[in-house]
Structures are given as structure tokens and as C-alpha cells.
Design a protein around this ligand. Structure first.
Ligand code: BTN
Length: 273
């Protein structure tokens, strides 16, 4: 699909009209100058990227009621039925040294909204999973796009299992996943939740931009379910050690047996002992 040719078509006009009530509540934010809300798309990350290439508006937001091909980290499928918050934000490049913390900052944004607006004890699990009662309720997929060597844009994709039953998820992920609705026993106002989330994302993105990261680091550490725990991490190798904390580049800091300290920039926690 060539977005340029179809931007004037009813499909896009309708999506932007539907996004208007969210856009109006984001005045003064860096995020949300244009907001498109589609009924269905393959992946909001892909659509946000395509739209950004055409309109070039940093901070444009793409929401979808459902995704046909939602993507998670490591190329995994992300199940995206109606009722969840599936959104992506396209941003102009902010520099390699600042992008490392973005996934952690986005996890903090989700966690903060869940704690403050929904009143649930959400936690972050490095790098950017959000859990309630030990089960995953949200994930973040940050993709940095390049044209050759040059950074083109950053796409931040956030998924929150909000207003649907866990039973809708495929059996193989159901055991480790949950939804906000199942945890609190009622539905949460979708537009309010989404606006609050986008405002927090905007604030933490601005802090990453200006390099004032102490609030992000403190909140991330407070919300983390890993501090002081012994974990196994699959990254650039397999590591086992005690979680000491995180650094401003988004790395996990582990103390290995024998006292050696390692900083792991990319990876996944495979076991918590
Ligand atoms: C993960 O935990 O593996 C990351 C999941 C990210 C899912 C979101 S939903 C909105 C956006 N569009 C996608 O295709 N993926 C992200």
C-alpha cells in the first residue's frame, strides 16, 4: 500500500476523525499532533512507520481496535483482540545514546498509569514487560529504523491487555499472561486510560530527550520485580547472578558468583530463582 496515494481516502480520514477525541486531550504534548484510530490493521508499528514516511509528523499516534499481525519482541506474535490498547508512536530520531532507555521508560509509563489510575500493583520486569500478580499484562516494542547508516525514526509500540478476558488468549500464553479486566474484575474506561498513558509516555519521552533520567531510573527501580533476585538471563550468552539494578542505557546490572559485575544491554530473563 502506498500511503501517500490513499491519505486522502475515506479510510484515513475516518481513522483521523476517530482519533480526534484523543488528540484534543493531548494539547501541549510532543506526542499526538496527529492521531489515527483504525478498526483493524496488521501491526500498528508498521502502519505508524508508513504514515511517518509520508507525513513526517514526529509524535504521530496510530491506534487499532484489533491487530491482525501484532508483533512482540524477538519476532513473536502478539495477540491483539478488541478491548486491548494497541498503539504505536512514530518519533524523529533522538540519538543512539538516548534510545537505550526508551523501552524501560515506556514500561514505567504503563506501570504508573496502572498503579495511579487503576489502582493495581503493577511491576516492571526487565527490559519492558509489565506484570500484575506475576503475569504479563503489557509489552513494549521499540524499533529504530535506519536509511542506510542514517537514523530515520523510532517507533514505540505499546500493547496493554485491558478490557478482555484472559481466556481469549491462546492457551500456550494464557498461563503467564493476564488482563487488567481479569485482575480488577471490571472494565476500565478505554479513552481515559489511553489518554493517561499517552500523557505519561509523552512526559517520560521528554525526560529521555533532555537527559533528565533520574525520575525514570528511580521509578523503574521501585517498580521492578527483580531487584535483589537471582536470575538467569539469555543475552549475548547465558548469565546467572543477582540483580543489582539498571543503568541509564537500559542495561541490567548483574553480580555474578565470584563478585564479577556484568552489564547486559539486550536479553530476556529466562528464570527467577
Ligand atoms: C513484547 O512484549 O513482546 C512486545 C509487545 C508489543 C506489542 C505492541 S501492540 C502495539 C504495537 N504493534 C505491534 O505490532 N506490536 C506493538
Amino acid at each position: 500500500m502506498v500511503v501517500k496515494d490513499v491519505l486522502n481516502e475515506a479510510f484515513f480520514r475516518e481513522a483521523e476523525a476517530k482519533g480526534e477525541r484523543i488528540r484534543l486531550k493531548l494539547k501541549g504534548c510532543l506526542i499526538g499532533e496527529r492521531v489515527f484510530w483504525f478498526d483493524e490493521t496488521d501491526s500498528t508499528n508498521d502502519l505508524a512507520y508508513n504514515l511517518y514516511k509520508e507525513v513526517g509528523t514526529s509524535g504521530l499516534v496510530v491506534l487499532a481496535t484489533r491487530q491482525r499481525k501484532g508483533r512482540g519482541r524477538k519476532g513473536e506474535e502478539w495477540f491483539s483482540p478488541a478491548g486491548g490498547v494497541w498503539l504505536s508512536i512514530a518519533l524523529k530520531p533522538i540519538g543512539r545514546e538516548k534510545t537505550g532507555l526508551l523501552p524501560l521508560a515506556m514500561g514505567v509509563a504503563v506501570c504508573k498509569v496502572l498503579r495511579e489510575k487503576v489502582n493495581v500493583e503493577a511491576e516492571v520486569k526487565w527490559p519492558n514487560d509489565v506484570l500484575i500478580n506475576g503475569r504479563k499484562v503489557s509489552g513494549v516494542l521499540v524499533e529504530n529504523k535506519f536509511m542506510g547508516e542514517e537514523a530515520e525514526c523510532t517507533i514505540i509500540g505499546v500493547g496493554v491487555n485491558l478490557n478482555f478476558e484472559r481466556g481469549l488468549l491462546p492457551e500456550f500464553i494464557r498461563g503467564n499472561a493476564t488482563t487488567v479486566m481479569d485482575e480488577v474484575g471490571s472494565m476500565v474506561d478505554f479513552v481515559d486510560f489511553t489518554v493517561n498513558l499517552l500523557r505519561e509516555i509523552d512526559r517520560f519521552y521528554s525526560l529521555c530527550l533532555s537527559g533528565e533520567i533520574s525520575e525514570i531510573m528511580n521509578l523503574y527501580t521501585d517498580f521492578s520485580c527483580l531487584i535483589g533476585k537471582c536470575v538467569e538471563v539469555h543475552g549475548d550468552g547465558v548469565f546467572k547472578g543477582l540483580v543489582q539494578g539498571f543503568n541509564g542505557e537500559g542495561a541490567l546490572i548483574l553480580i555474578m558468583s565470584g563478585g564479577k559485575v556484568v552489564k547486559i544491554k539486550e536479553g530476556s530473563i529466562t528464570k527467577i530463582f
